[in-house]
Design a protein around this ligand. Structure first.
Ligand SMILES: *Cc1c(COP(=O)(O)O)cnc(C)c1O
Length: 385
């Protein structure tokens, strides 16, 4: 059997007539830049995400960059980010001449540990970027409390977490000052290329981000501030409008697959109970834990287990035809490009442990039970022979 980490084809096949017709319609209109399809998608996203405003942009990375630009982040400023995330979270900070300040994670959720944020704040701190990693809500309440005490904006990196809700029932992305989303094809709502979105409830930030998306001019060729080209393609927006109504069903499929994995891992003896987070003697597979708000807080962009002897297990899975990936093997504090910041690995024990143990398994909604059984059986074979 062959189980890919992600297979986008069944999802496309299921919507093919509607998507193909939409693509042809946009091409025939020859209206490619912003315009009615983008505005419609933005309205639908704002409503789905329960945010006052949504602005389509060119990628999740550009969503983060635009948010920081709109908040006037620049040289001499510091932005607090978890050390364990996709590169863009920290990269955008440095690109603006500001300094990313790394904080260790909570081992249960892999998200920034709110208790460590207060110590990382200095008079130069201009923002905090909690990441809702793998699709699970970061613990926002204590983060918002610290941020409010110091009058610092919170920029949610919700690139992997579209549709998840925090403990208070609020949709992620609409809780901090700005929410940043990615429609990279492997995210739960994927475009057919690069695309992203920012959300906000703040009128002023909305206006700033909207004009900064197009070079900082409300009118063409008159520039009040410096922006960039952060536009989303009309084609991508139109495709996203076709896909959005199906997102909740796909999310339900991912959650059902996550629960099936839990049952299978316990049944196989690889895990003692569904509450087991860390690998231990005789029970080598630690399972992802749903924190704060149970099911609603996690949309399983990734199903990430923890295992010992990971690199040898990866070789075994490769031989077995089981797709897998390591998100992420190197935390920011150990990245070569951030060496000059002078961090020490000893200061980030949880991120270090996660980087050594994490393993993402196939979780896409169209995965069938026999494939999941094969994934777990392949892992069982490695540990139990
Ligand atoms: C995917 C991702 C991004 C960047 O999104 P792109 O659309 O690929 O630019 C940013 N942050 C996180 C956590 C991501 O997973």
């Amino acid at each position: 059997m062959n189980v890919p980490l992600l297979d986008l084809k069944p999802q496309y096949e299921a919507l093919k007539p509607e998507i193909d017709a939409t693509v042809v319609r946009v091409i025939q209109s020859q209206y490619f830049i912003l315009g009615p399809d983008v505005e419609r998608m933005e309205g639908e996203m704002a409503s789905y995400l329960e945010a006052k405003y949504a602005i389509g942009v060119s990628s999740g990375t550009d969503a983060l960059l635009l948010a920081l630009m709109a908040l006037n982040v620049g040289s001499g400023d510091e932005i607090i980010v978890p050390t364990f995330s996709f590169f863009a979270t920290a990269g955008v900070v440095s690109r603006l001449g500001a300094t990313p300040v790394f904080v260790d994670i909570d081992p249960v959720t892999y998200n920034v540990n709110p208790e460590l944020i207060a110590d990382a704040i200095t008079p130069r701190t201009k923002g905090i970027i909690p990441v809702h990693l793998f699709g699970q809500a970061a613990n926002l309440k204590p983060i918002l409390e610290v941020a409010e005490r110091h009058d610092i904006p919170v920029i949610e990196d919700a690139a992997q977490a579209i549709g998840a809700r925090y403990a208070d029932g609020k949709r992620l992305g609409a809780i901090g000052e700005v929410g940043c989303f990615s429609f990279f094809p492997s995210k739960n709502l994927g475009a057919f290329g690069d695309a992203g979105l920012v959300t906000t409830n703040d009128d002023d930030l909305y206006q700033r981000m909207k004009i900064m998306r197009v070079h900082g001019g409300e009118r063409s060729y008159y520039h009040s501030v410096i922006g960039g080209n952060f536009r989303i393609d009309a084609l991508q927006a139109a495709i996203l409008s076709v896909k959005l109504p199906h997102l909740d069903r796909w999310t339900a499929g991912r959650r059902a697959n996550a629960n099936r994995y839990r049952g299978l891992f316990v049944e196989s003896g690889l895990t003692d109970t569904v509450d087991q987070l860390l690998p231990r003697e005789g029970a080598p597979v630690g399972l992802p834990q749903s924190a704060y708000n149970g099911e609603e807080a996690h949309i399983y962009n990734q199903f990430v287990v923890r295992v010992p002897d990971r690199d040898r297990l990866c070789n075994h899975l490769k031989e077995k035809g089981v797709g897998h990936a390591i998100y992420y093997p190197v935390p920011f504090h150990r990245q070569e490009c951030f060496a000059s910041l002078g961090y020490r690995s000893e200061d980030f024990p949880e991120a270090e442990r996660a980087a050594a143990e994490v393993l993402a398994l196939p979780i896409y909604p169209e995965l069938v039970p026999a494939q999941q059984e094969y994934v777990v059986e392949s892992i069982r074979e490695f540990f139990q022979g």
